[in-house]
Write a protein that binds this ligand. Structure first.
Ligand code: ASP
Length: 563
């Protein structure tokens, strides 16, 4: 069942969302040569609509536009209050070239990932407008590229342009903004036709219906009804590592291919593809539960086995809309013995982008890629042994009581009691908030027992949720003068919210070392330097991350293998 809404809503402080426009039907206009993407979306499509503009005329906001940390002011708008009593302040950043999504490739994915990375600490969430044709590929690619993501990234588009009288664009964008601004879902998601899907589970199922997307092997993460948006919190992925947000760019799409098996397919055809110059990976769309013809005298199996011997990773996914590849039939078993990796219930889009991502990682080998293709990195496949926990019905009062008990246990530093409560409530309680908007992580930020904080960070507590006063756990830890707590939170990717910075800078005059640890640019303050942008990995300035290509596409110095 779904959790009550009060628990993780960001009600209280206003959420800041960056809308990134890449193109697609949603922002198109009629032209003599058909629909073409048009610029000026905020002014032409959003400002005139009362649902997107409460008329309060908030000032412009800063957007970081390049790896040098250059900031530019963009006009912003504010939505009227939602049924959760929150408002969303947003701005629109349009890419220089707006594209039909059929032309978006790994370069475009990199551009989106970098824009999110540059603006990560300035925003609470991101909404990406994109054409529907290749949207599922972009969602999947970003889900892998955005590593240790702690904030919502929601992609959407539409079947009819926002400027057409009858369209689905208005509701798709408004729904995306509301979800992004109110619910801490730290995943790459796709919002369409009132449903929020995990991005790497979604696939385009209709070229014309408003219900253009589905995720046949995974229930939606949230559904919007006339009443409200119900989030299925038990399905939402949560952070399980103490690591910073980072991005892996430049996915290797030039050395992968996708091939659909059909009755009568000849081994020579498959061999020709497998012998393409530089090929490193192949997604094979097989019949049913992962079957393919073995060929006369097992010629097909031999072609596949030879390619695997040469170091090519071959992954099998099903041609069916739902279900999983598993070696239950003899032909499937033969493929598995030849070394073909069972892609289980991954979509083709997820398998192809995941393969490209894994091949782009520094130090990847065919063995490491094959191993990770069969395990879930971002919830893109259902691991057979994974237990699905369900929350019993009608437990709201118990849950509130447990949250209060958790507060006492944390304040007393009683780890045993904390673990007892978490055994009953699973991990969902970690993003619940009490009457003042404090989550267990806020409480742990000043707990006498640092291991409680570590425990919460390792079990999915979000470092980005703010209490009703707009404070993050990091701010509370620094205000309480606890350097170890501050250090641990920073290690987990926590940063001061843009709204907290002015007060933090005042505090930093009294305790510069501690607040510098919390992320205040103390040196910049002394020099009156406003030109720097503090990234989640430290300070992005002109020299440090400028040459991202030099990192083999990885924009983070903390190298690690995928989980
Ligand atoms: N051709 C368009 C695109 O993908 C279709 C759409 O946006 O729905 O950019």
């Amino acid at each position: 069942m779904t959790a009550p809404d009060y628990e993780s809503s960001l009600s209280g402080p206003e959420a800041r969302v960056l809308i990134i426009v890449t193109g697609g039907t949603i922002c198109m206009r009629r032209s003599p040569s058909g629909f073409v993407p048009a610029r000026g979306f905020l002014k032409s499509a959003l400002a005139p609509r009362p649902t997107f503009n409460d008329g309060s005329n908030p000032g412009p906001v800063e957007v970081v536009i390049n790896s040098e940390g250059e900031r530019r002011l963009y006009p912003s708008l504010r939505t009227p209050p939602s049924s959760y009593d929150g408002r969303v302040r947003y701005t629109v950043y349009e890419f220089e070239e707006l594209l039909d999504s059929s032309s978006i490739d790994a370069k475009g994915w990199t551009q989106i990932a970098r824009t999110i990375y540059w603006n990560y600490t300035l925003c609470d969430a991101f909404v990406v407008l994109h054409g529907t044709d290749s949207l599922a590929y972009t969602c999947s690619a970003l889900s892998f590229m955005l590593q240790n993501l702690g904030k919502p990234v929601i992609l959407t588009g539409s079947q009819a342009p926002m400027l057409e009288l009858q369209n689905d664009a208005t509701d798709n964008l408004l729904g995306s903004l509301i979800v992004a601004g109110h619910f801490m879902i730290p995943e790459v998601c796709l919002y369409f036709n009132y449903k929020l899907f995990r991005g790497n589970r979604a696939t385009k199922v209709s070229a014309s219906a408003f219900a253009a997307f589905d995720s046949p092997n995974a229930l939606p993460l949230a559904v919007t009804t006339a009443m409200r948006t119900q989030v299925a919190w038990e399905r939402v992925q949560k952070p399980r590592h103490i690591e910073h947000f980072s991005i892996q760019t430049n996915l290797d799409t030039t050395h992968v291919a996708c091939l659909r098996i059909f009755p009568g397919i000849q081994p020579q055809m498959v061999d020709a593809v497998l012998k393409l110059d530089g090929l490193r990976g192949l997604v094979l769309e097989t019949f049913g539960a992962g079957n393919a013809p073995g060929g006369q005298d097992n010629a097909m199996t031999k072609v596949l086995a030879d390619a695997i011997q040469r170091g090519i990773v071959i992954v099998s996914v099903t041609q069916c809309l739902s279900g999983s590849v598993s070696p239950v039939y003899a032909p499937g078993m033969t493929l598995s013995r030849a070394g073909v990796v069972a892609g289980q219930d991954m979509t083709t889009e997820a398998a192809l982008t995941k393969l490209s991502y894994l091949l782009a990682l520094p130090d990847s080998t065919p063995e490491s890629v094959a191993l990770h293709m069969a395990t879930s990195l971002r919830g893109e496949l259902t691991e057979q042994s994974q237990t699905v926990f369900r929350h019993p019905d009608g437990v709201l009062p118990e849950r509130v009581k447990n949250l209060a008990a958790m507060g006492y246990a944390v304040a007393q530093g009683n780890m045993e009691k904390v673990q007892d409560i978490m055994r009953v409530e699973q991990d969902w309680i970690l993003n619940d908030a009490d009457y003042s908007g404090n989550t267990p992580l806020h409480m742990a930020a000043t707990s006498p027992n640092l291991s409680i904080l570590r425990h919460f960070l390792l079990h999915g507590g979000s470092v980005h949720l703010r209490n009703r006063a707009g404070r993050t756990p990091l701010f509370l830890a620094a205000s309480a003068g606890l350097p170890d707590h501050v250090g641990l939170l920073r290690q987990s990717g926590a940063h001061l919210h843009a709204d907290e910075l002015p007060v933090a800078e005042l505090h930093a005059r009294q305790r510069p070392v501690l607040w510098e640890l919390a992320g205040v640019d103390v040196m910049g303050l002394k020099m009156g330097n406003k030109g720097k942008v503090e990234g989640s990995e430290g300070v992005l300035d002109g020299g440090s991350n400028g040459d991202e290509e030099g990192w083999n596409g990885r924009v983070d110095v903390l190298s690690r293998s995928p989980r």
